[in-house]
Design a protein around this ligand. Structure first.
Ligand code: S3P
Length: 163
């Protein structure tokens, strides 16, 4: 069966949903950010600070294309859909689930987050970024799951019911 790729903005719950999907399916879970950290031996904030976002995006594309397209669950970074190349690859190879979360809920969930360089960059308008990225998430999605106010178990049920 095609691997499940979870896409969505920072704070949309991709990692938690991936873990809960693992509990139900026992399929291996992977996380593109974690794979980047392991391969390049730098944390995500270090990559942004030392190499810059364009290099991070190159790493992200390399990692995406190295993920198993069968029988795995893959949580992706929120910006993976920015590159045309990644969207094409996702549409061709994955079963893509868009976890759609409102700005209000995202900003509540990430209020104390210090780990995400884009979220913590005061110069960036994150609400506009969410608006700009939403058409890209919709473009790649085979399934759209609204996560607002929902429990992880219910999100997982929706994903598995749609298989
Ligand atoms: C990013 C999201 C992060 C991570 C990096 C860039 C983005 O992943 O890939 O900090 O551009 O939205 P999460 O979506 O898991 O936070």
């Amino acid at each position: 069966m095609r691997s499940i790729y979870l896409v969505g903005f920072m704070g949309s719950g991709k990692s938690s949903v991936a873990e809960a999907l693992y509990e139900k399916t026992k399929k291996p879970i992977l996380d593109t950010d974690q794979l980047i950290v392991e391969k390049y031996n730098l944390t995500i904030p270090e990559i942004f600070a030392q190499k810059g976002e364009p290099v991070f995006r190159e790493y992200e594309t390399n990692i995406l294309k190295s993920t198993p397209i069968e029988d795995a669950i893959i949580a992706t970074g929120g910006g993976i859909i920015e590159k045309d190349e990644n969207r094409t690859w996702l549409k061709e190879n994955g079963r893509v689930i868009f976890l759609q979360t409102s700005w209000e809920e995202i900003s509540l969930r990430l209020v104390d987050d210090q780990s995400r360089p884009i979220w913590n960059n005061q110069a960036r308008d994150k609400q506009k970024l969410l608006e700009d990225r939403t058409p890209f998430y919709l473009e790649v999605a085979d399934t759209i799951v609204s996560t607002n106010g929902k429990k992880v178990e219910d999100i997982v049920k929706e994903i598995l019911a749609d298989e």
